[in-house]
Design a protein around this ligand. Structure first.
Ligand SMILES: Nc1ncnc2c1ncn2[C@@H]1O[C@H](COP(=O)(O)OP(=O)(O)O)[C@@H](O)[C@H]1O
Ligand SMILES: [Mg+2]
Length: 445
């Protein structure tokens, strides 16, 4: 159940983290992509406007002369490497006629003529703005149609009419590096994203496990508690039902003659009542909203009263009660709780003492605290049992304690009660059989 909960938490955590990362990386990538594309476009647009410097001057002397004869036509290819300096963007410009034949080229690098022809052909095959692969590099290109015109020119004292047919300017921009930058950025994001997700998965898993552990422990304790309580209730219920059947089987008998069965039923209900009361006490103490009602009282007197009320029980077992108590110790605490805890300890001491031994009660002040100990002689509590002795339903020797009517809740109630009053309770059991329970409470006045 808890691993399911943890997995749900992990999935949610990973989903949110992935989404946030995806959004963040996408924003960065798209912004960079956009900037690079805009910049490429700007460079390409600039390239389109480069003058084809070599065109007129280098071709003019070869031109035929004549009134309206077009002077500049796609006759020769002029490659001028001078205008586009290396400092400008890696681009070249091709001027073609309407059929795609190269008229002029203006390039930043020296490339063989056929390469330019290939570039123009490729670009021409797919008009509009796009990319082509050329010489192992990626080129962005644009084809701009330019309208032809008529211009008058003077040459060697003669006037000419220069007729410029419609032509096209194809600008190419080398975008291999910028595309590589974008691709590298994408790879980096992917690598960082995957690594981050893996790291976050393990970190979240670690913390999820850590935070779920105490919850799982409490849950398991609670489950165990319910199982134990139900189990304990089963025995007196079985007794009551069995005796009820016995009564039914002898319906004509008098109540007096059936007293034995009634007594067993009464014992069963008493046991149930005690168990339910103990369970209620525990449940009440777990409710942290209820604050202890503190008052100042004479603890020496209170302990004395409890001893008196239980003296008869001790006498029955032939036990003698020794007392070593500071008289008139005043304590500011919860009277009923102190009474209850001491009664639990003394009850245990009586129950688990060897017959005809001595029980000692010690009450003294130490600094601002009151120390109250109950000592008895009996079967020592095994060392491995000591840490568990205050657990609910824990009985170190269940065969012996069951006959004494205990459920193993007394010490659990005592510990919780004392801790609610900011005190503490401890146990010491020597191999020779001397067992001492001590509780300490603050605020001696
Ligand atoms: N004074 C004692 N001497 C020896 N064993 C004790 C003493 N007090 C408690 N124990 C052991 O601790 C167990 C838990 O005590 P407690 O919580 O009071 O339950 P129970 O209802 O059995 O008395 C007992 O079953 C017993 O085995
Ligand atoms: Mg007890």
């Amino acid at each position: 159940m808890f691993s399911n909960l943890r997995n749900k938490f992990l999935i949610l955590n990973m989903a949110i983290t992935s989404l946030v990362m995806l959004i963040a990386f996408s924003v960065v990538y798209l912004t960079t992509y956009n900037n690079i594309q805009t910049e490429n476009q700007r460079k390409l647009d600039t390239a389109v406007t480069f003058p084809l410097a070599g065109s007129i001057t280098s071709t003019l002397p070869d031109l035929s002369v004549g009134g309206d004869v077009p002077i500049i036509q796609g006759t020769g290819v002029v490659i001028s490497a001078s205008t586009l300096t290396p400092a400008s963007s890696p681009s070249f410009l091709i001027q073609t006629d309407a059929e795609g034949n190269i008229l002029h080229v203006n390039s930043f690098i020296d490339m063989p003529k056929q390469v330019y022809q290939e570039a123009a052909d490729l670009a021409w095959q797919n008009k509009g703005r796009s990319t082509i692969n050329l010489e192992d590099r990626l080129w962005l290109y644009s084809i701009t149609p330019i309208q032809g015109n008529l211009t008058k020119a003077e040459y060697n004292g003669q006037s000419f009419v220069t007729v410029m047919n419609d032509y096209y300017r194809i600008a190419f921009l080398d975008i291999t590096d910028t595309q590589r930058t974008l691709r590298d950025l994408l790879i980096t994001f992917l690598a960082v994203g995957v690594a981050t997700l893996v790291a976050i998965y393990w970190i979240s898993r670690f913390f999820a496990n850590r935070s779920i552990k105490p919850i799982a422990e409490v849950w398991e304790k609670q489950r165990q508690f319910i199982a134990d309580a139900s189990h304990e209730l089963k025995t007196p219920l079985a007794i009551i039902m069995a005796n009820y059947d016995a009564l039914l089987a002898n319906q004509d008998e008098t109540i007096k003659s059936q007293k034995e069965w009634f007594d067993y039923m009464k014992a069963g209900t008493d046991r149930m009542a005690k168990l339910i009361n103990d369970l209620l006490s525990l449940a009440k103490m777990e409710n942290t909203d209820i604050v202890a009602a503190k008052s100042s009282f004479n603890i020496s007197q209170v302990i004395g009263e409890v001893i008196s009320s239980m003296e008869a029980m001790a006498k029955e077992k032939g036990l003698s009660l020794g007392q070593s108590m500071d008289p008139n110790l005043n304590l500011y605490s919860d009277l009923e709780t102190v009474k209850k805890v001491f009664a639990i300890l003394l009850d245990n001491a009586i129950k688990y003492s060897d017959p005809n031994s001595t029980i000692n009660v010690v009450l003294k002040a130490s600094k601002h605290r009151v120390l109250c100990s109950v000592q008895n002689w009996g079967k020592p509590i095994a060392k491995e049992d000591l840490p568990k002795i205050f657990d609910r339903f824990y009985r170190s020797d269940s065969s012996r304690t069951e006959e004494s009517g205990g459920y193993g809740l007394g010490l659990a109630i005592a510990k919780m009660s004392i801790e609610r009053l900011d005190g503490n309770i401890s146990v010491e059991s020597k191999p020779d059989g001397l067992t001492t329970f001590t509780f300490a409470l603050g605020d001696v006045i």
